[in-house]
Design a protein around this ligand. Structure first.
Ligand SMILES: Nc1ncnc2c1ncn2[C@@H]1O[C@H](COP(=O)(O)OP(=O)(O)OP(=O)(O)O)[C@@H](O)[C@H]1O
Ligand SMILES: [Mg+2]
Length: 239
């Protein structure tokens, strides 16, 4: 699915979280929203997922106006920094949750749910942990399970907000690689928020540099490095 963001703005009371921003995201792209704290990254991501609504402007999915669409209709898979898995459910049940929650008509049968969950456990390279509870997993494993849970509903796009933010440097790098692989396997349009320039530059096809509710620059990592559009971008993306 391709996404167009057209002059999207968001105010909370009198404060502007987003000035009108516009951005086109090609189908299947892996996009980083990169910027310092308070630059509007989460606000933009939440508006895309339908968790927040813009004050003005439009969002289009595959060319169709999706601005007023509900969360359910948008079918986004979400992963947050602290995506609390359900503690009383096994990994298997956590991943199956979104499928079981479907209306009877759309719900796959038990055998199909089992097949899908096992396929996702393979995809996150944790094939043998279906029977464990979240408390029996490392932080990195929990985020992988959160990713599998987000993928289980067969989303149209994947939205991740600092998904590796709470993890140590080594695990972050592993999960970065894991996300890249999963993206390349699924081909899903994927947007992730980070304030870590290294993460954005290493992982993304397209980097969107944000500052104070504005988009400073949109480009491929190499282009942003070689031709930063402002002193801010130069300083923020310096290796
Ligand atoms: N629900 C809200 N009510 C009021 N102001 C908000 C709300 N959500 C965000 N803001 C404000 O909007 C601005 C952008 O916030 P946002 O969370 O999008 O930033 P961010 O780039 O994700 O920052 P961080 O890296 O710290 O997560 C900030 O000034 C923030 O205080
Ligand atoms: Mg944020």
């Amino acid at each position: 699915m391709y996404i167009d963001i057209d002059e999207l703005a968001k105010e909370f009371g009198t404060s502007r979280a987003l000035h009108p921003v516009s951005l086109s995201i090609p189908a299947g792209a892996l996009v980083a929203l990169l910027g310092p704290s308070g630059s509007g990254k989460t606000t933009l991501l939440r508006i895309l997922g339908g968790l927040e609504f813009p004050t003005s402007g439009r969002v289009l999915f595959d060319g169709k106006d999706a601005t007023g669409m509900s969360v359910q209709e948008r079918r986004a898979g979400f992963v947050f920094q602290h995506y609390a898995l359900f503690r009383h459910m096994t990994v298997f049940e956590n991943i199956a949750f979104g499928l079981r929650a479907r209306k009877r008509r759309e719900r796959p049968g038990e055998a199909e749910i089992g097949r899908r969950v096992n396929r996702l456990l393979d995809l996150i390279r944790l094939p043998n942990i279906g029977g464990r509870y979240p408390s029996q997993l490392s932080g990195g494993q929990r985020q992988r399970v959160a990713l599998a849970r987000a993928l289980a509903i067969e989303p149209r796009m994947l939205l991740l907000d600092e998904p590796f933010g709470a993890l140590d440097a080594k695990v972050r790098k592993e999960l970065r690689q894991g996300l890249r692989e999963i993206h390349d396997t699924t081909g899903l349009t994927t947007i992730f928020v980070t304030h870590d320039q290294e993460e954005a530059m290493e992982l993304a096809d397209l980097v969107v540099v944000m500052s104070m509710g504005r988009i400073e620059q949109i480009g491929k990592p190499a282009d942003i490095r070689s031709r930063p559009s402002s002193d801010f971008v130069r300083a923020f993306t310096a290796a």
